[in-house]
Ligand binder design. Structure first.
Ligand code: AKB
Length: 314
């Protein structure tokens, strides 16, 4: 197994690279990103390729050079940045995905790329959103995620590329900050709780979204990639979730560790509008049945761990 991860210096990739190197061997996981240099640290101990996913020849050359058998395509713009720069979001999210899929087809490489809760829209059932349901998102990010799911299915059905994906909720982690998503508040709140003892949320009280702690997200990617293909009825992409909460619930959980913590609100209409268009909670029973999805962290255990880890870091 030789894995190439694109966008590997981002929030997911920086942790996935290390987890995969631990599991498959440092020499077997190529970290790639658009950044010129890999920042110093543990991730720099393995192979680094500077790779622009808009350059198909460069992706193909890297895949050939390293004898890649599995690709994890993470390079993408998130929802809030996507609304600010929709043309760029379309170009990178769809153009980059198409380029990467073409390389996977030529190289006969297995392929994982994440979708998102953003693949749903206002017409989707809000509670326990089913695996197979209406997908009419109203954000450019969401449009690229639905189109991406369809494109991955197409490459599987037409060319036999082993494409797999999950619809990630908001991901919470302490290693690398998320960049430009709607759910980012649920990461920033922990930093500000420790730094300032208070947080001003751009997402309103009462706005529920699905969330997940990064160790579960990493396990989801690895477990789905390793799953027996004969057991997969679905492929692109599985609903996965670990918890659903709104800002007041998160603040109350933080208060169990930092009793003086306070939250107030200054709503960002763009990100609030995006959040309002997404489900409150997903039904992830297909992932549980087909490849054994079973998240380990809930809001309480995630909050204890986040605060402990971040305290050390800050
Ligand atoms: C975002 O908020 O854009 C992402 C996502 C849910 O895909 N975290």
């Amino acid at each position: 197994m030789k894995v190439l991860i694109t966008g590997a210096l981002g929030q997911i990739g920086s942790e996935l690279t290390l987890a995969m190197r631990h599991r498959y061997g440092t020499a077997n996981v190529v970290c790639s990103d658009i950044k010129e240099e890999c920042p110093p640290g543990e991730i720099a101990e393995g192979v680094y390729e500077r790779l622009d996913v808009m350059d198909p020849q460069a992706i193909a050359a890297a895949v050939q050079r390293h004898g890649v058998t599995h690709m994890v395509h993470l390079a993408a713009l998130l929802s809030a940045v996507g609304e600010a720069r929709p043309t760029l979001a379309w170009e990178i999210n769809m153009g980059g995905l198409f380029n990467a899929l073409e390389v996977a087809r030529e190289a006969k490489a297995a392929f994982f790329t994440p979708s998102s809760i953003a693949a749903f829209g206002p017409g989707t059932p809000v509670q326990l959103t089913p695996q197979d349901t209406i997908q009419r998102p109203t954000t450019m990010y969401g449009v690229t995620k639905v189109a991406g799911e369809l494109l991955c299915d197409y490459y599987f059905l037409k060319y036999g590329v082993d494409t797999r994906g999950v619809r990630f909720p908001g991901l919470i982690s302490y290693e690398t900050l998320p960049g430009g998503g709607t759910t980012d508040y649920a990461v920033h709140i922990y930093y500000e709780a420790l730094r300032q003892g208070k947080y001003t949320s751009y997402i309103d009280a009462g706005t529920y979204m699905d969330m997940m702690y990064m160790p579960d997200a990493i396990a989801a990617i690895i477990n789905l990639m390793e799953a027996d293909p004969h057991k997969l009825t679905h492929r692109n992409a599985f609903n996965v979730t670990a918890m659903s909460f709104e800002p007041e619930m998160l603040a109350a959980e933080i208060r169990k560790h930092i009793p003086a913590f306070t939250i107030d609100y200054q709503i960002d209409p763009v990100r609030q509008g995006i959040a309002n268009s997404w489900p409150d909670s997903l039904d992830d029973s297909a992932a549980r049945a087909e490849w054994g999805w079973n998240p380990q962290y809930d809001l309480a255990s995630m909050t204890s761990d986040m605060l402990a880890k971040l305290k050390g870091k800050l």
